[in-house]
Design a protein around this ligand. Structure first.
Ligand SMILES: Nc1ncnc2c1ncn2[C@@H]1O[C@H](COP(=O)(O)OP(=O)(O)OP(=O)(O)O)[C@@H](O)[C@H]1O
Length: 398
């Protein structure tokens, strides 16, 4: 086995693989097969979610990576090295582990909880304290206010954040997270997810995380592994592929009939898809505007500033026609425009855009790149974007 390991080490050292599960099986002493014969890779800097019904082996998989559970057979390679050849204590210090409700030590204050691993690694007090404070800042808990509190003096969401800070303390390249945002209400959960995504975009850790929540997996993960009972890998794909092209009946049932809605969350707004009504400049005369809008056929147009870059609002065909009627032929569009009620950045997803359309009872929403006008999002645009990515499915769903 050691010869094989050396070979693999050489192969993986040049590759992009951070965690490799290679034919991994776990049978508990009572005969339960938690994981059958699992082979999958997690790439460096990738955020991978493990999802599947209760009892399908998700936590067992995670716990085998940091050797809280030993596999019955197969190999787990971490950056090319078989974890069973590592000292478990050393191994765990190099892997951040976040569990539900933070898993904090109740008798230690927050700062000391965060500094646990650096302390164990022998860092001087001044250094681990400074590191703990940096991380508390990173997770949005000012250390002056929270550092000396005890875990029971924090809300569930704050405890989770401390748990994440603690896992990051020794700057491990790999993080394992077991239902990290599970024990909090939906609003706090969403905030924690967004915060974690922000942190991940800076730190680019390799993250393997377990969740019960498919929407969380789809929102957070670069790739999602869907498992069925006995740790069988049914599909391993990026969220968009998973939702638009489920591999089999099990995956279709697991992701549910509202997968079209879920796909909104992973489909970006594409400038090419946007609607492009007539664009007018604020200085255009109402006569010109009335003609342009009539030719376009829509009942309204977008008004940009004199440079035709920044959106100022919109005018209705009715209002410019009315302006003509009341003898305001010399007037400009700028005098008749109405400001946009809201707008959306093109970096957002269709889900955010669609939800804004619904919330504000609007049929259209201007899309911006910074403060530049890009186009208009409408329900039709959402529909077209979803249809394009779906091989033959969405037409039937509608
Ligand atoms: N120590 C153990 N001894 C015996 N069986 C176990 C042990 N730990 C877990 N199992 C069993 O192994 C299977 C997988 O458990 P695991 O906790 O990995 O599943 P999971 O997918 O994380 O479940 P959940 O989503 O409910 O947390 C289950 O059938 C569970 O009952």
């Amino acid at each position: 086995m050691s010869a094989e390991t050396t070979e693999d080490h050489a192969a993986d050292a040049t590759g992009d693989v951070a965690i490799r599960l290679d034919g991994v099986r776990k049978q508990y002493p009572d005969g339960t097969v938690a994981v059958g014969d699992l082979t999958m890779d997690v790439r460096n800097g990738e955020l991978v979610a493990l999802v599947g019904p209760s009892g399908c082996g998700k936590s067992t998989i995670l716990r085998m990576v940091n050797r809280l559970v030993e596999p019955s057979s197969g190999r787990i390679l971490l950056h090319g090295t078989d974890v069973t050849h590592s000292d478990p204590v050393q191994l765990r210090r190099g892997i951040g582990y976040v569990i539900q409700a933070g898993g904090l030590l109740p008798h230690l204050d927050v700062r000391t909880n965060v500094g646990t691993v650096p302390k164990l690694l022998g860092w001087e007090s001044r250094l681990w304290r400074r590191r703990a404070d940096e991380l508390l800042d990173l997770v949005g808990l000012p250390p002056g206010e929270y550092g000396s509190r005890y875990p029971h003096e924090l809300s569930g969401g704050q405890q989770q954040r401390v748990g994440v800070a603690r896992a990051l303390a020794a700057d491990p390249p790999v993080l394992l997270m077991d239902e990290p945002f599970g024990a909090v209400d939906p609003v706090v959960r969403e905030r924690l997810q967004n915060e974690f995504l922000r942190i991940q975009s800076e730190l680019r850790k390799t993250v393997l995380f377990v969740t019960h929540d498919l929407d969380e997996a789809v929102k957070m993960a670069d790739r999602v592994a869907v498992l069925s009972a006995g740790g069988v890998l049914e599909q391993y794909a990026d969220p968009s592929t998973l939702l638009s092209d489920p591999a089999n009946e099990f995956v279709i049932r697991f992701i549910g009939s509202d997968r079209g809605l879920r796909r909104l969350a992973v489909t970006p707004i594409r400038p090419d898809d946007l609607d492009r009504p007539t664009v007018l400049a604020e200085g255009d005369g109402v006569g010109y505007a009335a003609t342009a809008l009539e030719v376009d056929g829509r009942s309204w147009g977008v008004v940009l500033d004199a440079d035709e870059v920044h959106p100022l609002g919109w005018v209705s065909r009715g209002s410019v026609t009315q302006a003509m009627r009341v003898g305001a032929r010399q007037g400009t569009v700028g005098e008749w425009l109405r400001p946009f009620a809201s707008s959306i950045q093109q970096t957002e997803t269709l889900r955010t855009g669609f939800s804004m359309l619904l919330a504000q009872d609007q049929r259209w929403l201007p899309v911006l790149d910074g403060d530049r006008y890009v186009g208009i999002l409408t329900p039709d645009v959402v529909h077209t974007a979803l249809r394009r990515g779906t091989p033959g499915h969405v037409e039937d769903d509608d």
